[in-house]
Design a protein around this ligand. Structure first.
Ligand SMILES: O=C(O)CCC(=O)C(=O)O
Ligand SMILES: [Fe+2]
Length: 232
């Protein structure tokens, strides 16, 4: 696992206990989130974001099995420095075939340099569905040239001959270096949705982060005006 992570910048892991938890999350998504869809885009998009607030999600990232893996991958003192994030990909009106272009995750955090992303999809991912596409080994070359866009800091280079569309069963977990180049793989002919969730694990023991006074690009903002349009 460690060798594969070091050379490719990512690794896919499987654990039956965690797989069961992911299946439960999938059921929750189907019975509690999808069932509340109304085809009103703002309602449905907000519901997708609420999936990231699922109360069980924390266990997936903070159980002993995962903590041991963080240690093996070189994270001495693992901490959360960002929230759980949902990535919904669909050709329907809510998803509008949107996917993030090639990028590294590090520029959106600027925290520990050995940080990792824990990512999983509630549905199967492979070249016939929506998935995630990675550039194996690209984590070794530090920060890549990029441009600030509305979707974040995206890679200037748009094509990589060795890119790989990943195959994961629902229940598998992908771990990526935050320097790995990756993008959403949007399959225009796929009728199924992709509902992936990720969270970033940082290292409070990282010397570079210390040099930067432990600053983090992520911050909590509160919309203090939202209540003004609230309907009781
Ligand atoms: O579409 C995905 O699942 C990946 C999204 C992603 O890479 C990101 O939000 O940084
Ligand atoms: Fe990303």
């Amino acid at each position: 696992m460690i060798e594969s992570f070091d050379s490719n910048g990512y690794v896919i892991i499987h654990n039956s206990q965690l797989s069961l938890q992911i299946f439960k999350l999938k059921k929750y998504f189907e019975y509690e989130i999808l069932s509340r869809f109304t085809n009103v885009v703002v309602n449905d998009r907000n519901l997708i974001k609420r999936m990231a607030d699922n109360i069980q999600l924390i266990h997936l990232y903070s159980n002993q099995y995962m903590i041991d893996i963080y240690g093996k991958l070189g994270i001495e003192l693992p901490i959360f420095s960002g929230p759980c994030v949902t990535h919904y990909t669909s050709n329907n009106i809510i998803g509008q075939s949107f996917g993030l272009p090639y990028h590294q995750d590090f520029p959106s955090m600027a925290s520990s340099v050995n940080s990792i992303i824990i990512w999983f999809n509630l549905f199967n991912s492979n070249p016939d569905t929506h998935s995630i596409e990675v550039v194996p080994g690209s984590h070794k070359f530090g920060l890549q040239e990029g441009q600030h866009t509305a979707n974040g800091f995206v890679s200037t280079k748009k094509y990589f001959s060795n890119s790989k569309i990943l195959t994961l069963e629902c229940g598998d977990i992908l771990i990526m270096s935050t320097f790995l180049l990756h993008r959403t793989y949007v399959n225009k002919s796929c009728q199924m949705d992709k509902m992936s969730i990720s969270r970033r694990i940082d290292d409070l023991n990282c010397k570079s982060w210390k040099k930067n006074n432990f600053a983090n690009a992520y911050y909590t903002s509160v919309d203090r005006k939202l209540f003004e349009s609230y309907k009781f």
